[in-house]
Structure formats: structure tokens, C-alpha cells
Design a protein around this ligand. Sequence first.
Ligand code: SG6
Ligand code: ZN
Length: 263
Amino acid sequence: SACSSRFVLSQVHPMWQEPLAIPGGNRQSPIDIAVRNSIFDPHLRPLVAKYDPRTCQQIWNNGYSFLVEYDDTMDKSTLSGGPLEDRYRLCQFHFHWGENNAWGSEHTVDHRLYPAELHLVHWNADRYSLFEEAVMEENGLAVIGVFLKVGKRHEGLQKLVDALPAVRHRDSMVEFTKFDPSCLLPSNMEEYWTYAGSLTTPPLTEAVCWIILKQPIEVSHDQLAVFRSLLFTSAEEEVQKSMVNNFRSQQPLKGRTVRSSFS
Ligand code: SG6
Ligand code: ZN
């Protein structure tokens, strides 16, 4: 339930032990997507993701997740189309996951939990000049959410999994290049849900156009086990804490509409 996942986070991650600065909160994320209540919008166009693997730079354990970071100083890896009016630049992707395969995703579909969820974070480069500026604005960010389910090993993901032991501790960073994020996208990019929401970690700003793909990708149990071998803690800390359950609890819909690209 929502309450228990908040409890889990406050148990495992120091960031969530502080009282949360919820900014008023009329469009907070994540949410449960109630399929029956989502509204088909025939004007929703196909997504256009054009990613240049040469913009991939590094992997960083930030003490909450691991981030694969991209050079966003030029329009080289971009997202447009779908519900978006502008062009958005990819700056990083990261995941959220559970301590086991029964939970871990931030969004749910008709209350179905997935073991993990990928977030590809983009900022509006048509309207703003920096991520730091866009993160404060209503149409500042666009995040693609992809559910992970357990099945066969994901070949594209494996290159990333192989690099993770090098960033086991908080604040560690390694060079990571030429990784094409499109290899983590499912074949069906036509079917998605979209709604207006927020970042799921502080500052929780209500800046995000969420695009949640319907088709999950398949990864193996062993690949998720490597995610779980990462640590929330730095090398100096005496008590090491596994990086698991790094998802936020679900937030009220508060009258928002979830649109779908398919009927
Ligand atoms: C992750 O989620 C990242 C962090 C932050 C956060 O845990 O570690 O970098 O990302 C864009 C951003 O600030 C919130 O992103 S999210 O809303 O897509 N989950
Ligand atoms: Zn996220």
C-alpha cells in the first residue's frame, strides 16, 4: 500500500527521513493508472525518440539510484511528438526497483506492480536553456516510464549491468560511453498513457509530462539481482545498506485525466 512503501523508504534511505517538502501537491507522482478511467485521445501522435549514443558519458550512484548521464549541451539526443509540443533533450536515465520481484515500480496499472521501472528524463530545450531552469517549470520535463518484468535476459541491458559493480557505493562514478538508450525501449512505442505530474524525489516539482509505455521490457532475475547489489551508502560508512525499494509511494490523482494513445 501507499503508506507501507513510504515507510519502507524512510527505513532505508536517509533522504526520506527528513519531513517531505510537498509543494502544495495537485499533480504529484507516481500514480496508479486505472485503465478503465483513462481517456483515449486520437490526437496523441507517435513518440519520436532520436538518441545519439555518442552523447552517453557516465554512470553515477547518487545514493538513491544509478544514473546514466548524457551530454545535453546540444540537441543530439531528443524526444518529441507524442503529447509534446516542444523538443526535449535527454539528460539521464535511471531505474526504481524493489527488494524482490513482487514490487519496485513507481507507477502501477490497475494496481499491478512491476519489479522495476525505467525513467528516461528529458528537459524542454525549446523553452529553457538549462535543466535547472526547466525543472521549476510546468512544461519543463518529459519522462518516459518503461516497466520491467522478469523473463529472459535483456541483451541491451547487460552492458549496463556489467558496469554496475564499479558504482556499488554512493557517490561513485565511472565513464560509460556509446550506450544507446533506445535499446531499452519496447517494440511497441505507439501505446502509452500520459498525464501531468511531478518528480518523484525532492524537490518534487510539478514539472513533468509523464509518458508511461504500455508494453514492458523483459529482464532476467539475475540482472535485477545486480541492481540490488548496489548500495545506498558510501564506502566510508560502517553499516552498508542495499539499494532496494527506491520508489516513492503513490499519490492522489486529484481530478487529473490520464490520456491514452490507444483505445
Ligand atoms: C531519481 O529520480 C534520480 C534523480 C532524480 C529523481 O532517483 O536519482 O536524479 O531525477 C530528474 C531528477 O531530478 C526524480 O526523477 S523521476 O521523477 O524521474 N523519478
Ligand atoms: Zn525516476
